[in-house]
Ligand binder design. Structure first.
Ligand code: SAM
Ligand code: FES
Length: 344
């Protein structure tokens, strides 16, 4: 198995059969080599830098009903909230003083946040913080909406494709959502000049190794600047409450493979990874990740952005998460970069 890691390191690609073999390899020696090769490549382009993205969870209302998600529309016991413009700006102010130079506004697909409202918020953040990147993660919207928000000052957009295999996409989503539209949104965002992030959950119910190869092939086609992957974690009030979650080992293997296939990509060690293992994010950083996304949302709404069970960082103030992450990053051998963190 180590020869597959070396081939991937040398050439940046493998055949489908080789990728499948590496994804499923439960081989400690190969895992160690993958980790060190992934780290070598991340250091080549980014040194020891880890970029911080301040995550502001602007709404827990969602019109969609994705089967895995704790804030899906039919989750009756989900607590709903939305932040006001003033609250969002206060998060940015706090974040800026903590050294964040990227703000990520993420939320469910909430009709309240019309294009006019988003343009107003984005323009104000752009005016106040000309040196910061503005990232959006608001799901599927129209081309016109993406265009207007870009014009108002947004730079980046995170929209995980979730599953590039039609068969798996169908099992994870209700009939009214389509993979075709999801992909179309991603290509539109790219055309409009956004830095684009795609990605998927690792170990989602029904996911096979062929599905994961299909995800990697789709990422090769899209060539996004950012790739967000994290383990699937069940949420107790969804149809997938009793399904198994994604594992640390599989997530780390995929992170390492992604770093070798996409040497300059911005790759977060996600909160979900930190949720399934106490040192998950540190291990992610040591396996090619170069981004972390501390939570900047007001503490009183944190628990309500309840995507999966036992989510970490729901009781901490932004400054506490910032301090905690700095210690974690440094303990893993890396340094916090107080900059926008654009792709190398
Ligand atoms: N509404 C936007 C969208 O659909 O892109 C952004 C918010 S959505 C909640 C953010 C991401 O959370 C999704 O892309 C999904 O991959 C992840 N997510 C949702 N439920 C999850 C779960 N149970 N375990 C792990 N990740 C989950
Ligand atoms: Fe939030 Fe550690 S990162 S408490």
């Amino acid at each position: 198995m180590t020869e597959l890691v070396e081939k991937l390191y040398r050439t940046g690609d493998l055949t489908d059969a080789e990728l499948s073999a590496l994804i499923t390899a439960e081989d400690d020696e190969a895992a160690e080599l993958l980790k060190s090769r992934a780290d070598e490549v991340r250091r080549k382009y980014y040194g020891t830098k880890v970029f911080l993205r301040g995550l502001i969870e602007i709404s827990s209302y969602c019109k969609n009903d994705c089967l895995y998600c704790g804030i899906r529309r039919s989750s009756r016991d989900a607590e709903r909230y939305r932040l006001t413009k003033e609250q969002i700006l206060a998060c940015c102010e706090n974040g800026y003083s903590l050294g964040f130079r990227t703000f990520v506004m993420q939320g469910g697909e909430d009709a309240y946040f019309t294009d006019d409202i988003m343009v107003d918020i984005i323009s104000e953040i752009r005016r106040r913080y000309p040196d910061c990147a503005i990232t959006l993660s608001l799901g599927e919207r129209s081309r016109e909406s993406y265009r207007r928000m870009k014009e108002a000052g947004a730079d980046r957009y995170l929209l995980r494709h979730e599953a590039a295999s039609e068969k798996l996409y169908r099992k994870l989503h209700p009939a009214e959502l389509s993979l075709e539209n999801r992909k179309k949104c991603l290509f539109t965002l790219r055309e409009l000049g956004y830095q684009v992030g795609a990605g998927f959950m690792v170990g989602a119910p029904f996911q096979t190794v062929d599905d994961l190869v299909c995800d990697l092939r789709f990422l090769q086609e899209l060539q996004p600047q950012m790739i967000g992957i994290g383990p699937f974690i069940p949420h107790h009030s969804t149809p997938f409450a009793d399904e198994k979650g994604g594992t640390l080992a599989l997530t780390l293997r995929l992170l390492g493979i992604i770093r070798l296939m996409f040497p300059t990509v911005l790759l977060p060690a996600t909160t979900a990874l930190g949720t399934i293992a106490p040192n998950g994010r540190e291990l992610g950083l040591m396996t090619g990740c170069n981004v972390v996304m501390p939570n900047l949302s007001p503490v009183m709404v944190r628990k309500k952005y309840d995507l999966y069970d036992n989510k970490i960082c729901t009781g901490e103030e932004a400054a506490e998460c910032r301090g905690c992450l700095q210690r974690r990053i440094e303990s893993a051998g890396y340094t916090v970069a107080s900059e926008r963190g654009d792709p190398a």
